[in-house]
Design a protein around this ligand. Structure first.
Ligand code: ME8
Length: 510
């Protein structure tokens, strides 16, 4: 039977040498979902990438004395290096400077122009001449340019516009017919009440005041402006309108666009309208997640309140960072980031609950049975609760993942590990070990523990892949598939475990 397809995307990031843990958040969540779907048997395409055009980049490149392309090339390598160090399993990294993307944007622009959805008009704005930037009234600081503090003047420039307004009613109808299109629900109401009901303005889609962008083929003064360029990545990456559109045929429409809350608007209003105008099916869902914040405010370079995420990875391990991002931010809300909170999570859940459990269990198997895990099938009612919790875990995690409650999903897995620790307290293996007659019962207890650890770890693979591999190695099993955790007892009795190894060192609080 053919596998079912699943297409998931992150936003494409502005190239930056200063990625922070907040940027990693979107990518880690999408990675966990992509891995979970792969393990569930889907053929997954996970897309991420970089959004490289625009005046800001052009100016930064000038300051650095290099061409914009040279400038972005260097920074993109930085992003790829970061995703590698975070174990991000993307299938493709799209760059808006890729030839295939540029051609796709140009074809879309021409098509929309030919069918009358893009028209030439005049863009009016407040302009700062030294900064060569347009600003809106609300962006100004004390009525002056927010970048340099100088006076701005009202000027207008020739520009192309996209007729968003024409599709307004069709969009509302689409929302009504697809109640799950925007998640969480609260963001949908925000879109309807704040943006659509007051009436959509047509969108400026070209500029003449800079040239670092995709050129408009039929009017070479213009480059395509921001969102039409950026959003198109989700289809250009699949070869839409190219000679080979097999990926597009296979994976479109997208199953899930994961985006930060501040760009939900572009993904749930502009993007669907572009797709409607192109007569393409719309994505199945857009999920707008909250932010990682610091002391209630944004993570920001100017505040100097963060480190390069690679420093945290080096200090605490990749899975400490992944775990924090996945666990700390509840469904759709903001979550607070601090190094202390990262340390608390690492010491509490990772070192005390999981690390300690695996270490103690393997230690006891070595001490009492020379490393052999063998069930003697001496059951006790005390086992039932552990076994039930273990075999019902997948259903629970499936259901949280279906609702994109990633934080609850990973916590449910840790509930099983906590339950295992409680089972050790309840069964007291060190007491059983004192009585030769209880040896078979002791063997069964340790088998149950190893099997419950295996079951939890099979699910944990999607979230903490590197730790999971270490656990599989320590308990010496390659039975890692999702089907193997629906029943208790698939761990092969008689297996010899490997040497225990500390998974997470406890970190001394600073
Ligand atoms: O918006 N917490 O790119 P970007 C959580 N190029 N998420 C955060 C965050 C934080 N503190 N800071 C940033 C763009 N992000 C456009 C997208 S898509 C066609 C074009 C998230 O580099 C942010 O919410 O500014 C967004 O989802 C992502 O990082 C990229 O942000």
């Amino acid at each position: 039977m053919d596998k079912k397809n699943y297409y998931i995307t992150t936003p494409i990031y502005y190239p930056s040498a200063n990625f922070h843990i907040g940027h990693c958040y979107t990518t880690i969540i999408a990675d966990a979902i992509a891995r979970y779907k792969r393990l569930s048997g889907y053929d997954v395409f996970y897309l991420t990438g970089s959004d490289e055009h625009g005046q800001k980049i052009q100016r930064k490149a000038e300051e650095a004395g290099v061409s914009p392309k040279e400038y972005v090339d260097k920074i993109v390598d930085n992003a790829k290096d970061l995703w590698k160090s975070l174990d991000i399993s993307y299938d493709k990294f799209i760059r808006t400077t890729d030839e295939e993307h540029i051609l796709c944007v140009q074809k879309i622009f021409k098509k929309l122009y030919d069918q009358g959805d893009i028209y030439k008009g005049e863009y009016k704005g407040l302009y700062c001449t030294p900064c060569e930037s347009f600003w809106t009234e609300t962006q100004l600081k004390d009525g002056k340019c927010p970048d340099c503090g100088r006076e701005v003047s009202e000027v207008s420039e020739e520009a192309y516009f996209f007729k968003l307004s024409k599709y307004q009613d069709k969009l509302i109808k689409f929302y009504e017919e697809h109640p799950d299109f925007i998640e969480p629900e609260s963001r949908k109401n925000e879109m309807i009440n704040n943006f659509i009901k007051p009436g959509l303005d047509d969108l400026c889609v070209s500029r003449t005041s800079f040239d670092w962008g995709v050129p408009v083929t039929f009017d070479d003064k213009h480059v395509v402006y921001v969102w039409l360029d950026a959003l198109t990545n989700y289809v250009s990456a699949l070869g839409y309108l190219s000679d080979d559109d097999s990926l597009f045929k296979k994976f479109w429409p997208c199953d899930l666009h994961i985006v930060g809350k501040e760009i939900v608007r572009f993904h749930t209003i502009i993007w669907p309208i572009i797709l409607m105008a192109l007569d393409l099916p719309l994505p199945k869902q857009v999920f707008g997640h909250g932010w990682l914040i610091i002391n209630g405010g944004k993570i920001s370079k100017s505040l100097g309140n963060y480190r390069d995420p690679r420093e945290y990875i080096e200090m605490y391990g990749v899975d400490a960072v992944r775990y924090f991002a996945l666990r700390e931010v509840p469904f759709g809300n903001d979550g607070n980031f601090s190094e202390e909170a990262l340390i608390t999570r690492t010491n509490g859940d990772l070192a005390n609950v999981l690390g300690n459990l695996v270490n103690r269990t393997i230690g006891m198997v070595n001490k009492y049975f020379g490393g052999i895990v063998e069930t003697k099938k001496v059951a006790d009612v005390i086992d039932d609760d552990l076994i039930n919790e273990a075999i019902s875990l997948k259903k629970k995690v499936d259901s949280y993942m279906d609702d994109l409650e990633v934080s609850k999903a990973i916590d449910a897995i840790f509930d099983l590990f906590r339950r295992c620790n409680k089972y050790i307290d309840e069964t007291m293996p060190w007491i059983l070990a004192k009585d030769e007659e209880k040896k078979d019962r002791l063997a069964t207890v340790l088998y149950n523990l190893v099997e419950a650890i295996r079951i939890g770890t099979v699910l944990l693979q999607a979230y903490l892949p590197s730790t999971s591999e270490k656990i599989f190695h320590q308990i010496n099993t390659d039975i890692k598939d999702f089907d193997s955790i629906l029943e208790f007892g698939k761990y092969i009795s008689g297996t010899k475990v490997n040497e225990p190894e500390v998974l997470f060192k406890r970190i001394e609080e600073k």
